[in-house]
Each structure stands twice: as C-alpha cells, then as structure tokens.
Design a protein around this ligand. Structure first.
Ligand code: Q0Z
Length: 303
C-alpha cells in the first residue's frame, strides 16, 4: 500500500525556495532562478519502519553532512559539491553545518546499490529466487553473510511514498543507455571497494550502500551526487559484534545507528498508526551512536 505522509513545512531560508522534501532531507533552489545550483539540507529528522519519528535527533543532520563531506574528500571522482564555485549563492548560516551547496545535475533514475553482504531486500530476493537483480548467487547464503565479491544491484527510483524496485543491469541499461549503465556500475563498485576497505580498517563493516549519480548539463561529466556513505544511505555494522559468533544474529547485524530506535519501537509500538514519541534517553543514545560512527571512521588510522 502506498501511504502519503504529510511532513512539517521545512524552514524558509533566505535566498532559497523550498522545492522538495524526502523523509529526512530538504531540497532548495536559488530564489534568483539560477538553475545551476541546489541546496541539499540534511534535517535532524529520523525515520524507522517507514515513518518519520517525533522528536528529531538534534545534531543528526550536521553529523551526516560531515560524514558525507569526509567521504567525498576520499573518493577519487567528480562530486556535486559547489562550495568553491565563484558564482555560487550564499548558504544560509542557520543551516550551514547541515547543508551541501551543489551543482544541479540531471539525475539518473537509477539507485546504484552495492552489496558486500546480503541482508534486507537483497537477502529476501535471494531467498525466494536464488538471485539478486539477475545475479545468480551460490546456495546456502544466510542473512548477513558477506559475499566473496561485492555485487551491483541497481534499483529503479520509485515516486515519493513507494519503495524502490530492484532491477537487473539490463533494465538499468534500458533506462539510462548501456554506456552510462556500465559507467554507473563500474564507478559504484570502485567507490564501494575503497570505502569498504577504509571502514574495515576502523572496525566497521560496510554491508551495503546506495549511490546516486547525475550528469553536469554544462560539461557532460558524470558526477557523484546526493549524500554518500552516510548511515542513512548505507548499512554499517560493528565488526567486533559481527564476528562474535556467541551473539544472536540480530545483535551481530544491528544497524550501527538506528538499532536503538528500532528496538525501542518494536517493544513499545504495535506498528499500527502513528509511532509513539521517542523518550529523551532514546534520542540521546541514538545521537551518541551516530557520533560514534563518525568518530570511528574518522579516527586516526589504526597502526
Ligand atoms: C537529489 C533528495 C533532498 C529529497 C534531487 N546535485 C543534484 N542535482 C540534481 N538533483 C539532485 C542533486 Cl543532489 C537531487 N535528490 C535527493 C534530496 C530531499 C531527495 F534534499 N533529489
């Protein structure tokens, strides 16, 4: 069923016009009408079980924006950040720590998902068909198993309120053309591999992630867009917990950041109607978990 949720109106920002909101982010265009730029603002909203929860997690948007920027700095590919553009409009001070001033791209309608481990919708598809997005996998894989090599499992970007739909590589080529489809796959696998290795060196498993790409209309260049490798677009697991065979599977595969919220909701809500308000303690512990992920990844490299 498609449920259309109403979201609170995002704040007005001087010089910018609100154009679109997802569950946790808001998109603005310049009031000047300059179509070269966009402002992507990470809110402090948090979602779980397909609902945006109350209250917000203060500081979450800034943490995730810092994480995205940190990854952009480590990925050797053109990205959409336009901070240094001489004609870029000003970023409002009120959202400076959670905003990304970007080039406005022509986005490809394909979510570029890479999986180093099989869980979630990927595991569900494998369980019923033995394959994910047309990629046949060996038998006997259990939920959360790491794959011998990461796989590219694209999805079609569904309209607001609907879930993205897993598609085959061939279908992605029908959507964007075979040359671009190959470029998206190659770039996604390369970035994933680099990020996975970097995370692993910090005791964190990057299970899967989703990239979005676009084309710069002025240069024709393929550009990495959106948020990258945040915990909202990726599954991170704690490596020590993952490797602890004495733990129940659910604990080994606990989401690095949202597990506290999911567990609390599972115990305090029947998943009917509006979810209950999160207690302050759950809000604080969830913030700490987001902060810990950033801290771990960005800590000085282990010796
Ligand atoms: C990103 C999204 C958000 C909901 C469009 N550089 C870009 N150029 C053109 N389009 C986008 C970007 Cl990042 C773009 N989204 C995702 C952002 C709220 C959805 F703030 N949509």
């Amino acid at each position: 069923m498609v449920r259309v949720t109403t979201l609170p109106t995002p704040p007005q920002l001087p010089g910018w016009r609100h154009t679109y909101s997802g569950k946790v982010r808001d998109l603005y265009v310049p009031e000047s009408g300059d179509e070269r730029f966009l402002l992507v603002v990470a809110s402090n909203r948090i979602s779980a079980f397909d609902h945006v929860l109350d209250p917000e997690i203060p500081g979450k948007g800034a943490l995730l924006t810092t994480l995205s920027r940190w990854w952009f700095d480590r990925i050797d590919m053109p990205n959409h950040l336009a901070d240094d553009h001489p004609e870029a409009p000003e970023v409002p001070a009120s959202v400076a720590d959670r905003a990304m001033l970007t080039r406005r791209l022509e986005m490809y309608p394909v979510e570029c998902v890479v999986r180093g481990a099989l869980t979630g919708s990927g595991f569900a598809e494998y369980s019923s068909t033995g394959a994910v997005c047309g990629i046949e996998l060996p038998g006997g894989i259990t939920d959360g198993d790491q794959l011998d090599a990461p796989i590219y499992t694209p999805a079609y970007k569904a309209p607001l309120g609907e879930h993205d739909e897993n598609i085959t590589f061939e279908r992605s080529a029908e959507l964007v053309g075979s040359v671009v489809a190959e470029q998206l796959r190659a770039a996604s696998l390369e970035i994933f591999t680099r990020a996975r290795d970097l995370a692993a060196a910090h005791g964190v498993i990057l299970a899967d992630t989703k990239f979005e790409f676009g084309r710069d209309p002025s240069t024709g260049e393929l550009v990495l867009a959106d948020e990258v490798l945040t915990s909202d677009s990726s599954r991170y697991w704690d490596a020590a917990a993952y490797l602890d065979a004495s733990l129940p599977r659910a604990e080994r595969l606990a989401s690095f950041d949202k597990q506290i919220v999911r567990d609390w909701l599972a115990a305090n809500w029947d998943r009917q109607g509006t979810p209950p308000t999160l207690p302050e303690e759950i809000v604080a512990r969830t913030y700490d978990r987001y902060a810990e992920l950033l801290q771990r990844l960005t800590a000085a490299d282990p010796a």
